[in-house]
Design a protein around this ligand. Structure first.
Ligand SMILES: Cc1cc2nc3c(=O)[nH]c(=O)nc-3n(C[C@H](O)[C@H](O)[C@H](O)COP(=O)(O)OP(=O)(O)OC[C@H]3O[C@@H](n4cnc5c(N)ncnc54)[C@H](O)[C@@H]3O)c2cc1C
Length: 236
């Protein structure tokens, strides 16, 4: 893959207390997508003009999917395990994750901000999530989340000190702990991810990551993201 033209400082976005999304590499451009489509007619565009923009809009509107696959991104992401589990459902992508068998997991776990403490209201199919306004409940929730995860990490380290294998000691670690992965995804599959995860129905935590992913990816293919938006954020 060719290196992204983004400045290093523009490629990393911090998320929550310990997470991040880092665009490490990308291949392709708006013009690549156009030329992948133009090969059908044995033609090629040298520059990106209003005509090329019109073609991108046509491809998106008519859901011609494969030209979008010519753009590829590689992200380094650090997310809590419960977010990783949702992320991993996106099979049309490649992942390599930090191993709890071979490395000591850092004492990093997710503790939500106060405004993230919420309740679930409604019934299946039409849930909504409303902030809890009672400050005592907010305080005790944050305290429980923090204390419980801290205790789990204390037990983990105690076992490691006693010589227990990392692969076994990790069984006590919580789903709020952070892990890192490399995520390689093409633009078509990324649009599918974003249509589902940067959406009001997605859990707020993964949505925050999806917002960061979108912000970074759109700097590589800005027009592709414009036509994605203009056509209702439907994956082509
Ligand atoms: C709000 C929300 C709630 C969810 N709740 C649950 C839940 O309760 N339980 C749960 O298990 N999952 C749940 N999911 C996960 C969801 O069902 C999908 O697995 C996930 O969003 C990945 O989407 P995808 O399959 O389109 O993506 P990818 O796996 O990246 O696939 C991309 C596209 O490739 C095609 N494709 C990939 N694999 C196949 C295949 N085997 N056969 C045919 N076509 C294929 C499809 O067109 C698919 O859309 C939820 C997702 C969201 C966004």
């Amino acid at each position: 893959m060719t290196s992204s033209t983004l400045a290093p400082s523009d490629q990393m976005i911090a998320v929550h207390n310990h997470g991040h999304v880092h665009l490490e590499d990308s291949m392709g451009s708006d013009l690549h997508i156009v030329n992948n489509a133009r090969v059908s007619f044995d033609q090629e565009s040298e520059e990106f003009t209003a005509k090329e923009r019109g073609l991108l809009n046509f491809l998106m509107r008519e859901r011609h999917g494969s030209p979008w696959e010519s753009v590829v991104f590689r992200f380094d992401v650090k997310v809590p395990i419960f977010v990783m589990r949702e992320w991993a459902r996106h099979r049309i992508s490649s992942t390599n994750e930090q191993s709890g068998r071979y490395s000591v997991m850092p004492d990093h776990f997710y503790v939500p901000e106060r405004e993230y403490i919420r309740e679930q209201v409604g019934k299946p199919g039409s849930y909504s999530f409303e902030p809890i306004t009672d400050p005592a409940v907010v305080d005790s929730t944050i305290e429980l989340i923090e204390q419980t995860q801290r205790a789990a990490f204390d037990a983990y380290h105690q076992m490691l000190e006693q010589g227990v294998a990392k692969e076994l000691a990790r069984t006590v670690l919580p789903v709020g702990m952070y892990s890192r992965m490399k995520w390689t995804v093409n633009l078509r599959a990324l649009f599918n991810f974003l249509s589902l995860r940067n959406d009001v129905h997605a859990q707020r935590e993964i949505r925050d990551y999806a917002v960061a992913v979108e912000e970074l990816a759109k700097q590589v293919v800005p027009v592709a993201f414009e036509v994605f938006e203009e056509n209702g954020r439907v994956c082509p």
